[in-house]
Design a protein around this ligand. Structure first.
Ligand code: AMP
Length: 112
C-alpha cells in the first residue's frame, strides 16, 4: 500500500499532527477540520474500510473506539461524534479505514 495517504503518514513519509500513537493505531488532527476538534483514528495496518477491518481484525475496531474516547476526554470533550464513512457515496475519500472524532460544537442530524 505504498501510495496510500494514511500508510504514508504511518511510515512518517508525510507529516501529521499526531496526538496519540501505539504500535497498532494512530490518532491525528484532520487537515480540514469540520469541528473545533476533528481527529482521525486509524489502525497502523492497512484495511480499506470499517467492514474490512471488522472482518480482518475484529479487535481493532474496539481499540479504535476506546482510544478515540480516551483522546476525546483529553481534548476536553464530553460529547462527541464518531463516524466511519464506508464507500465513496457515503463520503469516504481515503481508502484506509479511519474513525472520525468530531466535537466542540452542537451537531445536527441527519448528517449531509
Ligand atoms: P473521508 O472523507 O471519510 O475518507 O475522510 C478522510 C479525511 O482525511 C478527511 O476529513 C480529510 O480532511 C482528511 N485528510 C486528508 N489528508 C490528510 C492529511 N494529510 N492529514 C490529516 N488529515 C487528512
Amino acid at each position: 500500500m505504498s501510495e496510500c495517504l494514511f500508510c504514508r503518514i504511518v511510515r512518517g513519509e508525510l507529516t501529521a499532527d499526531i496526538v496519540h500513537r501505539t504500535d497498532s493505531l494512530m490518532i491525528f488532527r484532520d487537515i480540514a477540520p469540520q469541528a473545533p476538534v476533528h481527529l482521525v483514528a486509524i489502525p497502523t495496518e492497512h484495511h480499506v474500510d470499517a467492514g474490512a477491518l471488522a472482518a480482518e481484525d475484529p479487535g481493532a475496531v474496539g481499540a479504535l473506539v476506546t482510544a478515540a474516547d480516551q483522546v476525546a476526554r483529553l481534548e476536553g470533550l464530553t460529547d462527541y461524534r464518531l463516524v466511519f464513512n464506508s464507500g465513496a457515496l457515503a463520503g469516504q475519500s481515503v481508502f484506509h479505514v479511519h474513525l472520525h472524532l468530531l466535537g466542540g460544537r452542537a451537531m445536527g442530524w441527519p448528517p449531509g
